[in-house]
Ligand binder design. Structure first.
Ligand code: URA
Length: 209
């Protein structure tokens, strides 16, 4: 079973409060989502392996550390996942970005994978799949399934708010995936919105409502 890591860092929790607030406008909402994504990425990368290199400072030779091991890829689920990309890239500019799009079939209500463009070497990368909201878990589960079929071997899932239902679905469908989240809320409402939540993350990010 994958682990669920809830980031209770005071800065993350403080910013999350303003993300939730309905009076926070589009510009500030977008900035805060990126800031929280960056802080979460900082925590997620804490265990990244390092290797020693020798460099010369202006004064002498010195053995110092650089990142070793697998390279990172981030994969926003369209459209709201895009709102987390810039914050993470500020911290890890060398990460490659893959995109994946899914829509819900109006008859079956199942997610349909309609678009993806991935780095060619996803099998060798550590991937972080991004979606601010893990609601029913249907899209996240389908996106991860598609990435596995494309050859991804090492996947983490990062969201800002999750519903217990979405966490359960992801753990059932993909027990190998760890979930990183700023808050696990109470439940889904009858329209599958997370409550108390923050509303529609895509609309709030892009000002479409
Ligand atoms: N997607 C959102 O943007 N908000 C929710 O509450 C659930 C899914």
């Amino acid at each position: 079973m994958g682990n669920v890591y809830v980031f209770d860092h005071p800065l993350i929790q403080h910013k999350l409060t303003f993300i939730r607030d309905k009076n926070t406008g589009t510009k500030e909402f977008r900035e805060l989502v990126n800031e929280v994504a960056a802080l979460m990425a900082y925590e997620i990368t804490r265990e990244m392996p390092l290797r020693e290199v020798e460099i010369e400072t202006p004064l002498m030779k010195a053995k110092c550390k650089v990142l070793a091991g697998k390279k990172l890829g981030i994969v926003p689920i369209l459209r709201a996942g895009i709102g987390m990309v810039d914050g993470i890239l500020k911290l890890i500019p060398a990460a490659k970005v893959g995109h994946i799009g899914l829509y819900r079939d109006p008859e079956t209500l199942e997610p349909v994978h309609y678009y993806s463009k991935m780095p060619t070497d996803i099998g060798e990368r550590e991937l972080i799949v991004l979606d601010p909201m893990l609601a029913t878990g249907g899209s996240a589960s389908a996106a991860i399934q598609a990435l596995k079929e494309m050859g991804a071997k090492n996947i983490k899932f990062m969201c800002i708010i999750a519903a217990p239902e979405g966490v359960g679905r992801l753990q059932k469908d993909h027990p190998d995936i760890d979930i990183y989240v700023a808050a696990v809320d109470e439940k889904l409402d009858e329209k599958s919105y997370i409550v108390p939540g923050l509303g529609d993350a895509g609309d709030r990010l892009f000002g479409t409502k």
